[in-house]
Design a binder for this molecule. Structure first.
Ligand SMILES: [Zn+2]
Length: 256
């Protein structure tokens, strides 16, 4: 890392700054593909959002790392991200080794999020599975007051995030909490369309997997419709929580 004011050419800062919601994705586009509607909705609510991409996605079937980085920043601009930071851990090589945990924990301390979101442990991609474990460990490490961590030689004080949620990218889940994203659905699709190299039409089968914007959008919509049905809305995004989610008022919780 360099200094905290470093910005990319399109104005999205690349170094962590204090946010309310921090998303950690294994590859550029995972944050948007998994919870783009939730990001748009929380942006509209005035929350500060930060994104950490664990890898550059350099082993992806389509798009160069530079293309994907440019697309990721363009997507982040749609939901007003305070920063988008890359750790470059190596595509398909993400581990939750102690040094990596502490590297991410230092970023979490600098970002001071109330809520952290990352992958579901059951996702198919090994990097997604590892990310779930890595982020869980890093959130825990970030909160340890006796663990000294630094960024560029500067000590970053411990930080306790209030919640850690996990989102799926390849399945429908029951979910512990579901977010209605019906009102931001078109904008949510735009966060995916920003990744032109990944979701380029027309859809074609590559190594037995369908690639193409129409297919990705259809899959995203189908999943969101299934999640939406569970809470009686058109589109929703689902999350699991590591902890129980507290409520002060059950009537207010269920009122529509
Ligand atoms: Zn991914």
């Amino acid at each position: 890392m360099t200094d905290a004011t470093t910005t990319s050419t399109d104005g999205i800062p690349t170094e962590p700054a204090p946010v309310d919601l921090l998303v950690v994705g294994a590859h550029p586009d995972d944050a948007e593909y998994g919870m783009g509607g939730t990001l748009m909705r929380h942006h509209h609510a005035g929350h500060r959002i930060g994104v950490v991409d664990l890898t550059r996605g350099e082993l992806g079937t389509k798009g160069s790392p530079q293309q994907r980085a440019d697309e990721a920043r363009a997507a982040a601009a749609l939901y007003g991200a305070s920063f988008r930071h890359g750790l470059d851990l190596g595509d398909n090589r993400v581990t939750s080794a102690p040094a990596t945990v502490e590297m991410l924990a230092a970023v979490i301390r600098a970002a001071q999020p109330t809520l952290v979101c990352t992958h579901l442990s059951e996702d198919r991609h090994p990097d997604h599975r590892t990310a779930a474990d890595l982020v869980r460990r890093a959130v825990f490490a970030a909160a340890l007051a006796s663990l000294e961590l630094t960024i560029d030689g500067d000590v970053v004080g411990h930080h306790v995030a209030d919640g850690l949620l996990h989102f799926p990218t390849d399945r429908v889940i029951d979910g512990d909490v579901l977010v209605d994203v019906s009102d931001v659905w078109d904008a949510r699709l735009d966060t995916m369309r920003a990744f032109g190299s990944q979701f380029t039409a027309p859809t074609a089968a590559i190594d037995h997997t369908l690639y193409g914007i129409d297919d990705y959008l259809e899959v995203a919509a189908t999943r969101a419709r299934a999640h939406g049905q569970r809470i009686g809305v058109r589109y929703a995004e689902a999350f699991t929580s590591d902890r129980g989610l507290a409520a002060d008022d059950l009537v207010a919780l269920v009122r529509r």
